[in-house]
Design a protein around this ligand. Sequence first.
Ligand SMILES: [Zn+2]
Length: 95
Amino acid sequence: MSQEEITETIEVLMLSILITRRRRECHGKERSSTMAIDPVCHMEVDERSAAGQSAYQGTTYYFCSPGCREAFEKNPGRYLPKTTGLLGQKTQSDR
Ligand SMILES: [Zn+2]
């Protein structure tokens, strides 16, 4: 893993923490702009300023970073809400 990748990973992690804190502070505050949920890290992403997007099975997903988009495209089924607990067979393979 290169130094750049490590730095990027750390930045994404810190961003996630910041956003999570902010979301708690602003709980219940709804915005008029269209917010999508990044299926990989579950961050809120503004569709207009998303770092990446990917169309899968007729739905467009938005991502906070190119890394999240790549992860999604490598294995979309893993990140889709549909698969979560639908049959109960993926429950233990989460990690
Ligand atoms: Zn993300």
